[in-house]
Write a protein that binds this ligand. Structure first.
Ligand code: BDR
Ligand code: CA
Length: 316
């Protein structure tokens, strides 16, 4: 089994990701850490505990992390996820409680424990990367237990929060820049599951309506139905769930290595991920204009049907 940690701002599509990660037999979900994003941090924690309970995994440790981005106010996304972040569904909320440890402490403990056993954990941030930036700056020694980071965020093409920027990166651009720089310096491989593929793993309404018979399948159906209504479409993408699919089944994702930077200023481009597609012929040090940026595996295409089937088979 592959050990993984999810960092979430649950969120309808984070919920799709959690159901998959909590239930897939090849994943060992060691912890889930929460950060403010789609909704405020307290609601993220409740939502996360609720989804894990529906998945039949109340045993997974959940911790509350950063409430605010490093430098700017939090800007939530109730227009995409509902006021409660879970689509304002009539779904009973969990009474389970989160760890007393802060998310950064839980991340450190789980990663160092893995390092002690000679294991490497895959970290899957699906939200603003505030917790991850704090972790890598505070406890860089966790690198010994960190195999790779596969994050949802950014785009080579257009944005969603703004014309330029994707929501997770736009919410905390400084954190994303720190993660790129720290992971690059520590030698942690990075994969960007960005907007270029994010919308391409689609569950049809017909497929969603066939789900049911367990709390996990019932919630999965409700999530897709709600996202379909919000987008006024006959189906919906599993969003963040695709990044978990990519960890389970990397062959379904096409990636290419590109230098990546985060725009930290700019009137209309703050939070944009700049994917440098120029031909460097493998020699980044030949850039005369600045320090070599971190090279990231950037997702360029996804086998949406393959990942949709993976999700449906796991959550049902
Ligand atoms: C990302 O933003 C959030 O609203 C979603 O949960 C996803 O992580 C997409 O831009
Ligand atoms: Ca998210």
């Amino acid at each position: 089994m592959k050990p993984v940690i999810l960092d979430v701002d649950t969120g309808l599509d984070d919920a799709c990701a959690l159901l998959l990660a909590a239930r897939h037999p090849e994943l060992d979900l060691r912890a889930v850490t929460c950060v403010g994003g789609n909704v405020g941090i307290d609601q993220v924690v409740v939502n996360t505990l609720t989804v894990l309970e529906a998945a039949g995994r109340p045993d997974v440790p959940v911790a509350r992390g950063a409430a605010l981005p490093l430098l700017q106010p939090v800007r939530t996304a109730a227009h995409v996820h509902g006021a409660d972040g879970l689509g304002d569904l009539d779904w009973p909320r969990s009474n389970n409680i989160a760890e007393e440890r802060h998310a950064v402490e839980l991340l450190r403990d789980v990663l160092l424990e893995a390092a002690g056993k000679g294991e490497r954990v895959t970290l899957i941030p699906l939200a603003p990367m505030t917790n991850i930036a704090l972790l890598l700056r505070t406890y860089p020694e966790v690198v010994d237990g960190l195999g790779e980071i596969v994050f949802m965020g950014g785009a080579a093409g257009i944005g969603n929060a703004t014309a330029s920027a994707e929501f997770n990166i736009w919410t905390d651009p400084e954190a994303a820049a720190i993660v790129l720089s720290a992971a690059g310096a520590l030698g942690v491989p990075l994969t960007m599951y960005g907007l270029d593929v994010f919308y391409d793993v689609v569950i049809s309404l017909e497929e969603a309506e066939a789900l049911g018979g367990s709390p996990s399948a019932d919630l999965a159906r409700a999530l897709i139905e709600k996202r379909s209504r919000l987008y006024k479409s006959e189906g919906a993408s599993i969003g963040d769930g695709g990044a978990v699919c990519a960890v389970i089944d990397p062959a379904g994702l096409t990636t290419s290595p590109f230098p990546l930077r985060v725009e930290l200023s700019g009137s209309w481009s703050r939070g944009r991920t700049i994917v440098d597609t120029r031909d460097w012929s493998g020699d980044l040090s030949s850039d005369p204009y600045g320090p070599a940026p971190t090279v990231v595996q950037v997702s360029t295409a996804v086998d949406g049907r393959r990942y949709a089937d993976l999700w449906l088979n796991t959550v049902s």
